[in-house]
Write a protein that binds this ligand. Structure first.
Ligand code: GDP
Length: 478
Protein backbone atom coordinates (compact mmCIF):
# COMPACT_ATOMS: atom_id res chain seq x y z
CA UNK A 1 0.00 0.00 0.00
CA UNK A 2 2.78 2.39 0.86
CA UNK A 3 4.77 1.69 -2.29
CA UNK A 4 1.69 1.84 -4.52
CA UNK A 5 0.19 4.83 -2.74
CA UNK A 6 -3.14 3.03 -2.70
CA UNK A 7 -5.05 2.82 0.61
CA UNK A 8 -4.89 -0.55 2.35
CA UNK A 9 -8.66 -0.81 2.41
CA UNK A 10 -8.72 -0.43 -1.35
CA UNK A 11 -6.35 -3.37 -1.76
CA UNK A 12 -8.33 -5.50 0.65
CA UNK A 13 -11.51 -4.64 -1.21
CA UNK A 14 -9.97 -5.54 -4.58
CA UNK A 15 -8.89 -8.91 -3.25
CA UNK A 16 -12.24 -9.47 -1.62
CA UNK A 17 -14.00 -9.13 -4.96
CA UNK A 18 -11.61 -11.72 -6.35
CA UNK A 19 -12.71 -14.07 -3.63
CA UNK A 20 -9.69 -13.65 -1.38
CA UNK A 21 -10.41 -12.63 2.20
CA UNK A 22 -7.23 -11.06 3.56
CA UNK A 23 -6.49 -8.90 6.54
CA UNK A 24 -4.20 -5.97 6.99
CA UNK A 25 -1.33 -7.80 8.68
CA UNK A 26 -1.21 -10.68 6.25
CA UNK A 27 1.78 -11.21 3.97
CA UNK A 28 0.87 -11.75 0.33
CA UNK A 29 2.77 -13.95 -2.08
CA UNK A 30 4.40 -12.58 -5.20
CA UNK A 31 1.68 -13.83 -7.57
CA UNK A 32 -1.00 -12.00 -5.62
CA UNK A 33 1.09 -8.87 -5.39
CA UNK A 34 1.59 -8.93 -9.16
CA UNK A 35 -2.12 -9.40 -9.69
CA UNK A 36 -2.95 -6.39 -7.53
CA UNK A 37 -0.31 -4.32 -9.27
CA UNK A 38 -1.83 -5.18 -12.66
CA UNK A 39 -5.24 -4.06 -11.45
CA UNK A 40 -3.78 -0.68 -10.58
CA UNK A 41 -1.73 -0.51 -13.78
CA UNK A 42 1.57 -0.94 -12.08
CA UNK A 43 4.34 -3.48 -12.54
CA UNK A 44 6.30 -5.26 -9.86
CA UNK A 45 10.03 -5.48 -10.28
CA UNK A 46 11.82 -8.14 -8.35
CA UNK A 47 15.60 -8.13 -8.59
CA UNK A 48 16.46 -11.68 -9.67
CA UNK A 49 18.66 -12.44 -6.67
CA UNK A 50 15.75 -11.71 -4.41
CA UNK A 51 12.96 -13.54 -6.14
CA UNK A 52 14.12 -16.87 -4.72
CA UNK A 53 13.77 -15.62 -1.18
CA UNK A 54 10.35 -14.17 -1.78
CA UNK A 55 9.27 -17.43 -3.32
CA UNK A 56 10.59 -19.63 -0.55
CA UNK A 57 9.47 -17.94 2.62
CA UNK A 58 6.49 -16.28 4.15
CA UNK A 59 8.83 -14.67 6.62
CA UNK A 60 10.06 -11.99 4.27
CA UNK A 61 8.01 -9.10 2.94
CA UNK A 62 8.45 -6.27 0.54
CA UNK A 63 9.93 -3.95 3.14
CA UNK A 64 12.90 -6.28 3.51
CA UNK A 65 13.91 -6.25 -0.14
CA UNK A 66 16.40 -3.44 0.21
CA UNK A 67 18.28 -5.03 3.08
CA UNK A 68 18.45 -8.72 2.23
CA UNK A 69 21.65 -10.57 3.11
CA UNK A 70 22.78 -14.16 2.78
CA UNK A 71 21.94 -16.44 5.68
CA UNK A 72 23.11 -19.97 6.57
CA UNK A 73 21.00 -22.94 5.44
CA UNK A 74 18.78 -24.72 7.98
CA UNK A 75 19.03 -28.48 7.50
CA UNK A 76 16.87 -31.39 8.67
CA UNK A 77 18.14 -34.96 8.62
CA UNK A 78 15.59 -37.54 7.51
CA UNK A 79 15.57 -41.23 6.65
CA UNK A 80 14.50 -44.71 7.70
CA UNK A 81 14.93 -45.84 11.29
CA UNK A 82 18.40 -47.24 12.07
CA UNK A 83 19.92 -45.83 8.91
CA UNK A 84 22.12 -43.56 11.02
CA UNK A 85 20.39 -40.18 11.42
CA UNK A 86 21.32 -39.77 15.08
CA UNK A 87 24.86 -41.01 14.54
CA UNK A 88 25.31 -38.59 11.65
CA UNK A 89 24.03 -35.63 13.68
CA UNK A 90 26.26 -36.58 16.61
CA UNK A 91 29.32 -37.10 14.56
CA UNK A 92 28.98 -33.86 12.59
CA UNK A 93 28.52 -32.11 15.88
CA UNK A 94 31.49 -33.82 17.49
CA UNK A 95 33.93 -33.18 14.70
CA UNK A 96 32.75 -29.66 13.96
CA UNK A 97 31.64 -28.17 17.23
CA UNK A 98 33.45 -29.76 20.12
CA UNK A 99 36.92 -29.33 18.73
CA UNK A 100 38.49 -26.08 19.83
CA UNK A 101 35.49 -25.03 21.91
CA UNK A 102 36.26 -24.19 25.48
CA UNK A 103 35.50 -27.36 27.39
CA UNK A 104 33.50 -28.63 24.45
CA UNK A 105 30.29 -28.34 26.45
CA UNK A 106 27.25 -28.60 24.29
CA UNK A 107 23.70 -27.85 25.16
CA UNK A 108 20.72 -29.58 23.65
CA UNK A 109 18.41 -26.85 22.40
CA UNK A 110 16.90 -28.62 19.37
CA UNK A 111 19.30 -27.13 16.85
CA UNK A 112 22.99 -26.55 16.48
CA UNK A 113 25.30 -24.82 14.07
CA UNK A 114 28.63 -25.84 12.63
CA UNK A 115 31.39 -23.75 11.10
CA UNK A 116 32.63 -24.88 7.73
CA UNK A 117 35.12 -23.40 5.34
CA UNK A 118 33.67 -23.11 1.87
CA UNK A 119 35.56 -21.66 -1.10
CA UNK A 120 38.08 -20.26 1.34
CA UNK A 121 35.42 -18.41 3.33
CA UNK A 122 34.04 -19.28 6.77
CA UNK A 123 30.41 -20.33 6.53
CA UNK A 124 27.84 -21.91 8.77
CA UNK A 125 25.18 -24.59 8.60
CA UNK A 126 22.35 -24.93 11.10
CA UNK A 127 21.05 -28.45 11.83
CA UNK A 128 17.70 -29.09 13.44
CA UNK A 129 18.60 -31.95 15.71
CA UNK A 130 15.30 -33.72 16.05
CA UNK A 131 15.96 -36.44 13.53
CA UNK A 132 13.13 -38.09 11.70
CA UNK A 133 10.42 -36.56 9.66
CA UNK A 134 7.82 -36.65 12.42
CA UNK A 135 9.06 -33.31 13.70
CA UNK A 136 9.34 -31.98 10.18
CA UNK A 137 5.83 -33.12 9.30
CA UNK A 138 4.32 -31.89 12.53
CA UNK A 139 5.72 -28.44 11.95
CA UNK A 140 4.66 -28.40 8.35
CA UNK A 141 1.16 -29.45 9.33
CA UNK A 142 1.06 -26.29 11.43
CA UNK A 143 2.13 -24.23 8.45
CA UNK A 144 5.69 -23.71 9.60
CA UNK A 145 8.44 -23.88 7.07
CA UNK A 146 11.76 -24.14 8.81
CA UNK A 147 13.91 -26.37 6.63
CA UNK A 148 15.91 -25.19 3.63
CA UNK A 149 17.59 -28.48 2.79
CA UNK A 150 16.80 -32.09 3.70
CA UNK A 151 19.61 -34.57 4.13
CA UNK A 152 18.23 -38.01 3.34
CA UNK A 153 20.19 -40.74 5.07
CA UNK A 154 20.08 -44.15 3.35
CA UNK A 155 22.05 -47.07 4.79
CA UNK A 156 24.18 -48.60 2.06
CA UNK A 157 23.59 -52.10 3.42
CA UNK A 158 19.84 -51.78 3.63
CA UNK A 159 18.60 -49.60 0.80
CA UNK A 160 15.41 -47.65 0.24
CA UNK A 161 12.84 -48.49 2.92
CA UNK A 162 9.28 -47.28 3.64
CA UNK A 163 10.39 -44.29 5.71
CA UNK A 164 12.94 -43.37 3.06
CA UNK A 165 10.08 -43.05 0.59
CA UNK A 166 8.00 -41.12 3.08
CA UNK A 167 10.85 -38.71 3.73
CA UNK A 168 11.22 -38.14 -0.01
CA UNK A 169 7.50 -37.36 -0.34
CA UNK A 170 7.60 -34.97 2.59
CA UNK A 171 10.62 -33.08 1.28
CA UNK A 172 9.04 -32.90 -2.18
CA UNK A 173 5.73 -31.66 -0.84
CA UNK A 174 7.57 -28.92 1.04
CA UNK A 175 9.66 -28.16 -2.05
CA UNK A 176 12.82 -28.68 -0.06
CA UNK A 177 15.89 -29.84 -2.01
CA UNK A 178 17.34 -33.21 -1.00
CA UNK A 179 20.98 -34.13 -0.50
CA UNK A 180 21.47 -37.87 -0.08
CA UNK A 181 23.96 -39.26 2.43
CA UNK A 182 24.66 -42.87 1.54
CA UNK A 183 25.65 -44.05 4.99
CA UNK A 184 27.47 -47.04 6.46
CA UNK A 185 29.81 -47.38 3.50
CA UNK A 186 32.37 -48.81 5.93
CA UNK A 187 30.35 -52.01 6.10
CA UNK A 188 31.55 -54.88 3.93
CA UNK A 189 27.98 -55.47 2.78
CA UNK A 190 27.60 -51.84 1.66
CA UNK A 191 26.54 -51.42 -1.93
CA UNK A 192 26.26 -47.72 -2.86
CA UNK A 193 25.42 -48.46 -6.48
CA UNK A 194 22.42 -50.48 -5.47
CA UNK A 195 21.25 -47.50 -3.37
CA UNK A 196 21.63 -45.18 -6.34
CA UNK A 197 19.63 -47.62 -8.44
CA UNK A 198 16.84 -47.78 -5.87
CA UNK A 199 16.78 -44.02 -5.48
CA UNK A 200 16.53 -43.62 -9.25
CA UNK A 201 13.31 -45.60 -9.03
CA UNK A 202 12.10 -42.93 -6.61
CA UNK A 203 12.99 -40.18 -9.04
CA UNK A 204 16.24 -39.16 -7.39
CA UNK A 205 19.03 -39.62 -9.93
CA UNK A 206 22.62 -39.19 -8.81
CA UNK A 207 24.71 -36.52 -10.51
CA UNK A 208 27.32 -39.02 -11.66
CA UNK A 209 24.50 -40.96 -13.28
CA UNK A 210 23.40 -37.92 -15.23
CA UNK A 211 20.83 -36.70 -12.72
CA UNK A 212 20.60 -33.71 -10.42
CA UNK A 213 20.70 -35.17 -6.94
CA UNK A 214 23.88 -34.88 -4.96
CA UNK A 215 24.70 -38.17 -3.26
CA UNK A 216 27.60 -38.41 -0.84
CA UNK A 217 28.93 -41.72 0.49
CA UNK A 218 29.70 -41.37 4.20
CA UNK A 219 30.37 -43.33 7.31
CA UNK A 220 28.64 -41.54 10.12
CA UNK A 221 30.10 -43.97 12.63
CA UNK A 222 33.71 -43.38 11.60
CA UNK A 223 33.20 -39.74 10.69
CA UNK A 224 34.33 -40.37 7.12
CA UNK A 225 33.60 -37.95 4.30
CA UNK A 226 31.49 -35.67 6.45
CA UNK A 227 33.41 -32.61 5.23
CA UNK A 228 32.38 -33.48 1.73
CA UNK A 229 28.74 -33.78 2.81
CA UNK A 230 28.85 -30.36 4.49
CA UNK A 231 30.51 -28.89 1.41
CA UNK A 232 27.69 -30.23 -0.77
CA UNK A 233 25.05 -28.81 1.57
CA UNK A 234 26.64 -25.39 1.15
CA UNK A 235 26.71 -25.85 -2.60
CA UNK A 236 22.97 -26.50 -2.65
CA UNK A 237 22.44 -23.55 -0.29
CA UNK A 238 24.27 -21.30 -2.73
CA UNK A 239 21.83 -22.22 -5.49
CA UNK A 240 18.88 -21.64 -3.19
CA UNK A 241 19.98 -18.05 -2.53
CA UNK A 242 18.86 -18.03 1.06
CA UNK A 243 18.47 -14.50 2.33
CA UNK A 244 16.92 -12.50 5.14
CA UNK A 245 16.99 -8.99 6.50
CA UNK A 246 18.99 -8.82 9.75
CA UNK A 247 18.09 -5.14 10.27
CA UNK A 248 14.58 -5.50 11.57
CA UNK A 249 12.65 -6.94 14.49
CA UNK A 250 12.91 -10.70 14.50
CA UNK A 251 10.37 -13.27 13.47
CA UNK A 252 10.59 -17.02 13.07
CA UNK A 253 9.37 -20.31 14.45
CA UNK A 254 9.32 -22.06 17.81
CA UNK A 255 11.15 -25.35 17.31
CA UNK A 256 11.00 -26.70 20.85
CA UNK A 257 9.32 -25.63 24.06
CA UNK A 258 8.86 -27.05 27.50
CA UNK A 259 8.32 -26.15 31.10
CA UNK A 260 11.53 -26.35 33.07
CA UNK A 261 11.12 -26.92 36.78
CA UNK A 262 13.63 -24.26 37.74
CA UNK A 263 13.73 -21.94 34.73
CA UNK A 264 10.01 -21.81 33.93
CA UNK A 265 8.83 -21.83 30.29
CA UNK A 266 11.77 -22.40 27.94
CA UNK A 267 11.61 -22.30 24.15
CA UNK A 268 14.05 -22.64 21.30
CA UNK A 269 13.37 -20.10 18.60
CA UNK A 270 14.68 -20.31 15.08
CA UNK A 271 15.18 -16.78 13.78
CA UNK A 272 14.05 -16.65 10.16
CA UNK A 273 14.15 -12.92 9.59
CA UNK A 274 15.49 -9.98 11.56
CA UNK A 275 17.64 -10.11 14.66
CA UNK A 276 16.40 -11.32 18.02
CA UNK A 277 17.75 -9.57 21.11
CA UNK A 278 17.67 -9.85 24.87
CA UNK A 279 15.00 -7.49 26.18
CA UNK A 280 12.75 -7.90 23.10
CA UNK A 281 8.99 -8.15 23.63
CA UNK A 282 7.72 -11.15 21.73
CA UNK A 283 4.58 -13.08 21.00
CA UNK A 284 5.06 -16.80 20.31
CA UNK A 285 1.79 -18.38 19.22
CA UNK A 286 -0.49 -16.80 21.79
CA UNK A 287 2.14 -16.48 24.51
CA UNK A 288 3.66 -13.17 25.53
CA UNK A 289 7.27 -12.83 26.62
CA UNK A 290 10.02 -10.38 27.35
CA UNK A 291 13.32 -12.07 26.66
CA UNK A 292 15.36 -12.32 29.86
CA UNK A 293 18.21 -14.40 28.53
CA UNK A 294 19.28 -16.26 25.40
CA UNK A 295 21.54 -19.30 25.29
CA UNK A 296 23.03 -20.80 22.15
CA UNK A 297 23.76 -24.44 21.31
CA UNK A 298 27.19 -24.16 22.88
CA UNK A 299 25.74 -23.19 26.22
CA UNK A 300 26.87 -19.57 25.85
CA UNK A 301 24.79 -16.59 26.82
CA UNK A 302 24.24 -14.44 23.77
CA UNK A 303 22.82 -10.96 23.33
CA UNK A 304 21.59 -11.32 19.74
CA UNK A 305 20.63 -14.00 17.24
CA UNK A 306 20.69 -13.31 13.50
CA UNK A 307 18.76 -15.13 10.73
CA UNK A 308 18.98 -18.96 10.65
CA UNK A 309 20.30 -19.18 14.19
CA UNK A 310 18.44 -20.89 16.98
CA UNK A 311 18.56 -19.83 20.61
CA UNK A 312 16.91 -20.99 23.77
CA UNK A 313 15.08 -18.13 25.43
CA UNK A 314 13.82 -17.44 28.92
CA UNK A 315 11.11 -14.98 29.83
CA UNK A 316 7.94 -16.40 28.26
CA UNK A 317 4.75 -16.28 30.31
CA UNK A 318 3.70 -19.75 29.18
CA UNK A 319 4.82 -22.63 26.98
CA UNK A 320 4.13 -22.12 23.25
CA UNK A 321 3.79 -25.05 20.82
CA UNK A 322 6.52 -26.24 18.48
CA UNK A 323 5.70 -24.89 15.05
CA UNK A 324 4.17 -21.66 16.40
CA UNK A 325 5.33 -18.50 14.71
CA UNK A 326 6.92 -15.82 16.87
CA UNK A 327 7.17 -12.08 16.27
CA UNK A 328 8.97 -9.29 18.07
CA UNK A 329 7.08 -6.06 18.70
CA UNK A 330 8.23 -2.52 19.22
CA UNK A 331 6.43 -2.12 22.53
CA UNK A 332 5.67 -4.46 25.37
CA UNK A 333 2.13 -3.16 25.51
CA UNK A 334 1.47 -3.99 21.87
CA UNK A 335 2.94 -7.48 22.29
CA UNK A 336 0.81 -8.14 25.36
CA UNK A 337 -2.40 -7.08 23.72
CA UNK A 338 -1.69 -9.15 20.60
CA UNK A 339 -0.97 -12.21 22.75
CA UNK A 340 -4.24 -11.69 24.64
CA UNK A 341 -6.15 -11.31 21.40
CA UNK A 342 -4.62 -14.51 20.00
CA UNK A 343 -5.40 -16.41 23.18
CA UNK A 344 -9.06 -15.44 22.86
CA UNK A 345 -9.15 -16.43 19.19
CA UNK A 346 -7.50 -19.74 19.99
CA UNK A 347 -10.01 -20.51 22.70
CA UNK A 348 -12.87 -19.68 20.36
CA UNK A 349 -11.60 -21.99 17.63
CA UNK A 350 -11.14 -24.71 20.19
CA UNK A 351 -14.68 -24.23 21.36
CA UNK A 352 -15.99 -24.21 17.80
CA UNK A 353 -14.17 -27.45 17.11
CA UNK A 354 -15.49 -28.98 20.29
CA UNK A 355 -19.04 -27.95 19.49
CA UNK A 356 -18.95 -28.99 15.86
CA UNK A 357 -17.39 -32.38 16.45
CA UNK A 358 -19.87 -35.15 16.93
CA UNK A 359 -17.62 -36.59 19.54
CA UNK A 360 -18.81 -36.07 23.07
CA UNK A 361 -15.96 -36.55 25.45
CA UNK A 362 -15.27 -35.44 28.96
CA UNK A 363 -12.76 -32.93 27.67
CA UNK A 364 -15.12 -31.35 25.11
CA UNK A 365 -17.76 -31.20 27.81
CA UNK A 366 -15.18 -29.53 29.99
CA UNK A 367 -14.59 -26.85 27.38
CA UNK A 368 -18.33 -26.27 27.14
CA UNK A 369 -18.51 -25.98 30.92
CA UNK A 370 -15.70 -23.45 30.85
CA UNK A 371 -17.72 -21.36 28.44
CA UNK A 372 -20.83 -21.69 30.60
CA UNK A 373 -22.61 -23.66 27.89
CA UNK A 374 -22.92 -26.97 29.64
CA UNK A 375 -26.09 -27.54 31.65
CA UNK A 376 -26.16 -31.30 31.94
CA UNK A 377 -23.53 -33.97 31.96
CA UNK A 378 -24.91 -37.29 30.77
CA UNK A 379 -23.31 -40.44 32.09
CA UNK A 380 -23.62 -44.14 31.57
CA UNK A 381 -22.08 -46.04 34.45
CA UNK A 382 -20.93 -49.64 34.39
CA UNK A 383 -19.14 -51.22 37.34
CA UNK A 384 -17.96 -54.60 38.51
CA UNK A 385 -20.62 -55.17 41.17
CA UNK A 386 -23.87 -53.61 42.35
CA UNK A 387 -22.07 -52.39 45.48
CA UNK A 388 -19.67 -50.27 43.42
CA UNK A 389 -22.53 -48.89 41.33
CA UNK A 390 -24.28 -47.70 44.46
CA UNK A 391 -21.13 -46.32 46.03
CA UNK A 392 -20.35 -44.30 42.90
CA UNK A 393 -23.93 -43.05 42.48
CA UNK A 394 -23.87 -41.95 46.10
CA UNK A 395 -20.60 -40.11 45.67
CA UNK A 396 -21.74 -38.44 42.42
CA UNK A 397 -24.77 -37.07 44.29
CA UNK A 398 -22.40 -35.34 46.69
CA UNK A 399 -20.72 -33.36 43.91
CA UNK A 400 -21.85 -29.72 43.73
CA UNK A 401 -24.34 -29.39 40.89
CA UNK A 402 -25.54 -25.79 40.87
CA UNK A 403 -23.93 -24.97 37.50
CA UNK A 404 -24.00 -28.34 35.79
CA UNK A 405 -26.30 -31.25 36.62
CA UNK A 406 -25.25 -34.86 36.40
CA UNK A 407 -27.76 -37.11 34.66
CA UNK A 408 -27.12 -40.79 34.98
CA UNK A 409 -28.91 -42.46 32.08
CA UNK A 410 -27.97 -45.96 33.03
CA UNK A 411 -26.11 -47.48 35.94
CA UNK A 412 -25.61 -51.20 36.24
CA UNK A 413 -23.04 -53.85 37.00
CA UNK A 414 -21.42 -55.65 34.07
CA UNK A 415 -19.27 -55.19 31.02
CA UNK A 416 -19.52 -52.16 28.78
CA UNK A 417 -21.48 -53.41 25.79
CA UNK A 418 -22.25 -52.16 22.31
CA UNK A 419 -25.74 -51.30 23.50
CA UNK A 420 -24.28 -48.99 26.15
CA UNK A 421 -22.21 -47.30 23.46
CA UNK A 422 -25.24 -46.89 21.20
CA UNK A 423 -27.18 -45.30 24.01
CA UNK A 424 -24.29 -42.97 24.77
CA UNK A 425 -24.00 -41.96 21.12
CA UNK A 426 -27.72 -41.28 20.85
CA UNK A 427 -27.87 -39.19 24.00
CA UNK A 428 -24.52 -37.43 24.01
CA UNK A 429 -23.29 -39.27 27.05
CA UNK A 430 -19.91 -40.39 28.28
CA UNK A 431 -19.46 -44.01 29.31
CA UNK A 432 -17.73 -44.46 32.62
CA UNK A 433 -16.49 -47.90 33.61
CA UNK A 434 -15.31 -48.90 37.06
CA UNK A 435 -13.30 -52.10 37.48
CA UNK A 436 -14.99 -53.52 34.43
CA UNK A 437 -14.07 -54.54 30.89
CA UNK A 438 -15.31 -53.94 27.37
CA UNK A 439 -17.45 -56.52 25.65
CA UNK A 440 -16.31 -57.46 22.16
CA UNK A 441 -17.29 -54.89 19.58
CA UNK A 442 -17.80 -52.11 22.12
CA UNK A 443 -14.46 -50.40 21.42
CA UNK A 444 -14.90 -50.50 17.65
CA UNK A 445 -18.38 -49.15 17.94
CA UNK A 446 -17.24 -46.37 20.31
CA UNK A 447 -14.55 -45.33 17.84
CA UNK A 448 -17.03 -45.37 15.01
CA UNK A 449 -19.65 -43.36 16.83
CA UNK A 450 -17.26 -41.03 18.60
CA UNK A 451 -18.14 -42.09 22.12
CA UNK A 452 -15.74 -41.47 24.97
CA UNK A 453 -15.25 -44.50 27.21
CA UNK A 454 -13.41 -43.88 30.46
CA UNK A 455 -12.02 -46.70 32.57
CA UNK A 456 -11.29 -46.26 36.23
CA UNK A 457 -10.25 -48.45 39.09
CA UNK A 458 -10.00 -45.78 41.74
CA UNK A 459 -13.22 -44.06 42.76
CA UNK A 460 -11.72 -40.73 43.73
CA UNK A 461 -9.99 -40.46 40.32
CA UNK A 462 -13.33 -41.05 38.61
CA UNK A 463 -14.98 -38.39 40.76
CA UNK A 464 -12.09 -36.00 40.20
CA UNK A 465 -12.42 -36.22 36.44
CA UNK A 466 -16.18 -35.78 36.45
CA UNK A 467 -15.93 -32.80 38.76
CA UNK A 468 -13.07 -31.39 36.68
CA UNK A 469 -15.20 -31.64 33.54
CA UNK A 470 -18.17 -29.98 35.24
CA UNK A 471 -16.00 -27.11 36.34
CA UNK A 472 -14.33 -26.77 32.96
CA UNK A 473 -10.97 -27.63 34.40
CA UNK A 474 -10.19 -30.86 32.65
CA UNK A 475 -7.04 -30.83 30.55
CA UNK A 476 -8.23 -30.52 26.92
CA UNK A 477 -5.63 -33.08 25.82
CA UNK A 478 -7.16 -35.83 27.90
P1 GDP B 1 18.65 -43.62 13.36
O1 GDP B 1 17.56 -44.51 13.84
O2 GDP B 1 18.49 -43.34 11.89
O3 GDP B 1 18.88 -42.39 14.16
O4 GDP B 1 19.99 -44.52 13.40
P2 GDP B 1 21.17 -44.49 14.47
O5 GDP B 1 22.03 -43.31 14.29
O6 GDP B 1 20.61 -44.76 15.82
O7 GDP B 1 22.03 -45.75 13.98
C1 GDP B 1 21.54 -47.08 13.98
C2 GDP B 1 22.67 -48.05 14.11
O8 GDP B 1 23.53 -47.97 12.98
C3 GDP B 1 23.55 -47.78 15.32
O9 GDP B 1 23.91 -49.01 15.89
C4 GDP B 1 24.76 -47.09 14.72
O10 GDP B 1 25.93 -47.33 15.47
C5 GDP B 1 24.86 -47.75 13.37
N1 GDP B 1 25.50 -46.85 12.39
C6 GDP B 1 25.19 -45.58 12.12
N2 GDP B 1 26.00 -45.07 11.19
C7 GDP B 1 26.86 -46.06 10.85
C8 GDP B 1 27.96 -46.15 9.93
O11 GDP B 1 28.33 -45.23 9.22
N3 GDP B 1 28.58 -47.36 9.86
C9 GDP B 1 28.23 -48.43 10.60
N4 GDP B 1 28.90 -49.56 10.47
N5 GDP B 1 27.20 -48.37 11.50
C10 GDP B 1 26.53 -47.20 11.61
Amino acid sequence: SELMKVPETEIIRTLFFKGMAVNITQTLDVDTIEMIARDFDMTVETPSTQSAAIKTTEMIDVSDWESLQRRPPVVTIMGHVDHGKTTLLDSIRKTKVAQGEAGGITQHIGAYHVDVEHNGKPEQIVFLDTPGHEAFTAMRARGARVTDIAVLVVAADDGVQPQTKEAISHARAAEVPIVVAINKVDKPSANPDRIKQELTEQGLVAEDWGGETIMVPVSALRGENLDNLLEMILLVAEVEELVANPDRLAKGTVIEANLDRTKGPVATLLVQNGTLRVGNSIVAGSVFGKIRAMIDDRGQKVEAATPSFAVEILGLSDVPAAGDEFDVYESEKEARSIADQRAIEQRNTRLQQALSSRRVSLSTLSIQAQEGQLKELNLILKADVQGSVEAILGALKQLPQNEVQIRVLLASPGEITETDVDLAAASGAVVVGFNTTLASGARASADREGVDIRDYNIIYKLLDDIQGAMEGLLDPEE
